[in-house]
Design a protein around this ligand. Structure first.
Ligand code: CA
Ligand code: CA
Length: 315
C-alpha cells in the first residue's frame, strides 16, 4: 500500500483457510540494544542504522557499510542480562519492496556467537519470508553476535541488508497461535508484498490485511483465525488501519465496529477506536476453535477505499 495500486484480479482462493505450519510467534525478548560493526551512511534522509532492526517495520532496513558485500560484518544484540534463548527470527534482505529485495544482497551463511565465544552456524533460505533459526538446544547467554559469512547476491547492489529481527526465549508465549487463517478476500500481492490475514499476526506494523471488495468500503468483510485446539481468548490486541505511518493510516479505511463469531455460533459486538496505536478489546469468555471478525462499520480514508488491519492478536 506504499504505492497506489489496485488489481481486479484478486485471489479468489483466499476464502479458503490457509494452513500454516506455525505462526512466527513465541515469547519475544526485550533487547537492551542492537549495534553493528558498520552501517551505510544515511542518504536522502533515509537511515540504515541497526535501530531499524527492531522498530517493528520491515520497510526500514539495516545495511552494512563495507566496501564489498560486507562479509564479516556483524550485528551485536545485547540482551541486558543472561537469558535462555531458543530462536531468532530474521526478515532477511531489504523488505522495502520486492524490487529492493531482489536488487540488494541477502545473508546466506550466518554465524551466531554467544557471549562465551561459542558459535553456531546457520544457512538462511533465499526467500522473502520471516525465517526462524533455532539453536540445537536452548542457549544461556547475555549477548548474540550475528556475523555475515556469505551472501546471496542482489541483481544491482553489493550491499547486504537485514530488515528486522526478533529474539525469542524458551518461556511460553501469552499469545494464542492460530494454525490457519481465512478471509472474505484480500488485495493481491503487489510491489510491497502480500495482504494476507497472516500479516495481522506477525508483530510487524507495516504488514497488513486489506480487503478487496470491488466497490465497497470493507463493510461486511471478514477475517478468521483457526486454532488447532480449544482456546479461551480474553483480549483482542488490535492495530487498526494501515499503521505503516500516520500519512498512510489516514489514507486507508479503518474499522469502526465489528462482530466476533465463535465456533459455537455465539457472537459479540465490539467497538473499535479510530487510532493507529495498539488497542486492547476485551473478549467475552468463550471456549472456541475459531474466531471470525466481521467488520460492520468503517471510517473512510482520504485516498484508498480499502479497509486494512495491521495487527489483530488474541491473548
Ligand atoms: Ca525494520
Ligand atoms: Ca502486521
Amino acid at each position: 500500500m506504499k504505492t497506489v495500486f489496485f488489481s481486479w484480479f484478486n485471489v479468489l482462493l483466499s476464502t479458503l483457510a490457509v494452513l500454516l505450519p506455525q505462526a512466527v510467534l513465541a515469547a519475544r525478548v526485550d533487547l537492551a540494544s542492537v549495534t553493528a560493526s558498520t552501517s551505510l551512511e544515511p542518504a536522502e534522509g533515509v537511515s540504515y542504522e541497526p535501530s531499524n532492526l527492531t522498530d517493528g517495520k520491515v520497510s526500514t532496513v539495516w545495511v552494512e557499510g563495507e566496501e564489498g558485500s560486507g562479509l564479516g560484518s556483524w550485528i551485536l544484540i545485547d540482551l541486558g542480562g543472561s537469558r535462555d534463548i531458543e530462536s531468532i527470527t530474521l526478515w532477511n534482505g531489504n523488505w522495502y519492496s520486492w524490487d529492493f529485495w531482489n536488487r540488494h544482497n541477502r545473508i546466506k551463511d550466518l554465524e551466531v556467537e554467544l557471549a562465551d565465544g561459542t558459535t553456531h552456524k546457520f544457512t538462511l533460505k533465499d526467500q522473502k519470508i520471516p525465517e526462524t533459526i533455532r539453536f540445537p538446544a536452548v542457549v544461556h547467554t547475555d549477548s548474540l553476535k550475528l556475523k555475515i559469512k556469505s551472501v546471496y547476491a542482489g541483481t544491482t547492489f553489493h550491499d547486504t541488508c537485514l530488515s528486522e529481527l526478533e529474539v525469542d526465549d524458551s518461556s511460553p508465549e501469552s499469545w494464542l497461535k492460530p494454525y490457519g487463517y481465512s478471509d472474505s478476500g484480500h488485495l493481491a500481492e503487489d510491489a510491497d508484498g502480500t495482504y494476507e490475514v497472516s500479516n495481522t499476526y506477525d508483530g510487524i506494523l507495516d504488514t497488513m490485511w486489506c480487503e478487496n471488495q470491488r466497490n465497497g468500503d470493507g463493510t461486511g468483510s471478514w477475517i478468521e483465525y483457526h486454532f488447532n485446539s480449544t482456546v479461551r481468548p480474553s483480549t483482542l490486541h488490535l492495530r487498526n488501519g494501515n499503521t505503516y505511518s500516520l500519512g498512510f493510516w489516514m489514507k486507508s479505511n479503518r474499522a469502526k465496529s465489528a462482530e466476533l463469531l465463535f465456533s459455537d455460533g455465539s457472537r459479540q459486538t465490539i467497538s473499535i477506536k479510530d487510532t493507529l496505536m495498539e488497542q486492547s478489546i476485551p473478549v467475552l469468555p468463550n471456549a472456541t476453535t475459531s474466531i471470525r471478525i466481521t467488520f460492520t462499520q468503517v471510517t473512510k480514508g482520504k485516498e484508498y477505499n480499502d479497509l486494512c488491519i495491521s495487527e489483530a492478536f488474541f491473548e
